[in-house]
Write a protein that binds this ligand. Structure first.
Ligand code: RBZ
Ligand code: NIO
Length: 343
């Protein structure tokens, strides 16, 4: 598959940096907000970037590997949480409402028949993936379908004039998929890519490590991104990946959430490295592999609140900070307009 992502044109960079530097503040005093403002200006090719109709898409899917006891919670929690999203009661609902972010909930492949539940977007690929312990999680055709579906949903958001979009996930067992993706695409030792997920105790964590080591042995060391994604991925991870690539194609700003979303981003960057310039890393999750993964991507996350939830919650909580970056660039006085002496 091919994504036509334009490398960011940096011609405007000098002018943007000058505008930032001439605001009434010491040079660099707004820290990371200045980096974000510069990035927004570059993505939008504008000295006055605006955040329009923000959306978060939450993709839900089940994982065959959950049956191998790699999560502290049972698989039914996935569909139960989807119902909770639809009823407005999950963490992501609360934070999205707080910041006026439109939330969409997508059935990417939950092991449950929702029978047209109100407000749910049906993009079900299958009733969960197969267990990658003993077979590929999905077929290549399913993987491509998921990548495309993610792209279609982003196109819809774009048509609704959205220019900043975040992606969340729900899928019991999906930190296991994310760890496999991370290991195979970065070569960081598998052990360092595996964490407690929903809160495994030491025995549980040891079991998870064993399951993932066995799976790695069984499939051998795959390197081709499409192979890695279809062998170890989840439908929600593949959809997030396709969604991120389409968002970059459409020159939208991508908000990257926690460990699982970052694994989808890592995959996206293997398909097309230009996606990198469109991404803002919203937070550092407490999930063990995330710090190493962010370092690998040379990413500067906005928040470090000890969160480890997913659902797109990191995106929602970081959104007002991204908004502050756009606002200072647009609304702050310059030394000249305010009559303040510059050095
Ligand atoms: C009630 C509940 C709500 C959640 N919301 C997100 N996750 C998070 O936990 C799961 C990944 O962890 P693991 O790989 O250990 O299963 C994903 O569904 C993720 O989104 C949740 C987990 C639970 C239990
Ligand atoms: O960082 C995340 O996205 C995460 C971590 C643990 C469990 N669920 C999600």
């Amino acid at each position: 598959m091919n994504w036509n992502i334009a490398p960011i044109n940096r011609e405007i960079e000098g002018e943007l940096q000058q505008k930032i530097d001439l605001k009434t503040k010491p040079i660099g005093a707004l820290g990371q907000l200045e980096h974000i403002a510069l990035q927004l200006g570059l993505i939008q090719q504008s000295l006055n970037p605006e955040l329009r109709n923000p959306q978060i898409l939450v993709f839900a899917a089940d994982h065959g590997v959950a049956k191998a006891g790699v999560s502290a919670y049972p698989q039914e929690v996935t569909y139960q949480m989807v119902m909770n999203f639809l009823n407005g009661g999950a963490a992501i609902n609360v934070f999205a409402r707080q910041h006026n972010i439109q939330l969409k909930v997508i059935d990417a492949g939950v092991n449950y028949n929702f029978a047209g539940a109100d407000g749910l977007i049906d993009a079900k690929i299958d009733f969960g993936t197969k267990s990658f312990v003993s077979e590929p999680a999905m077929t290549q055709a399913q993987c491509i379908a998921a990548l495309n579906e993610g792209g279609n949903l982003v196109e819809e958001a774009f048509e609704d004039a959205c220019n900043i979009i975040g992606f969340g996930e729900m899928g019991i067992g999906n930190t296991s998929s994310a760890s496999m993706l991370m290991h195979l695409l970065t070569n960081i030792p598998l052990r360092d890519c595996i964490g407690a997920g929903t809160g495994l105790d030491n025995n549980g964590l040891e079991r998870k490590r064993t399951v993932l080591e066995v799976a790695l042995d069984f499939h051998g060391k795959k390197a081709n991104p499409m192979d890695v994604l279809s062998t170890f991925g989840g439908f929600e991870i593949a959809m997030m990946c396709g969604a991120m690539l389409k968002a970059a194609e459409l020159k939208m700003t991508i908000m990257v959430d926690g460990f699982i979303a970052t694994s989808a981003f890592l995959m996206a960057s293997q398909f097309n490295r230009e996606v990198r310039d469109y991404a803002i890393f919203c937070h550092k999750s407490q999930e063990k592999g995330h710090t190493l993964l962010l370092d690998y991507l040379n990413a500067e996350p906005i928040l470090d609140l000890g969160m480890r939830l997913g659902e797109g919650t990191g995106c929602a909580v970081a959104f007002p900070i991204i908004q502050s970056a756009a606002n200072f660039l647009n609304d702050m006085a310059s030394f000249e307009s305010a009559g303040v002496s510059n050095k």
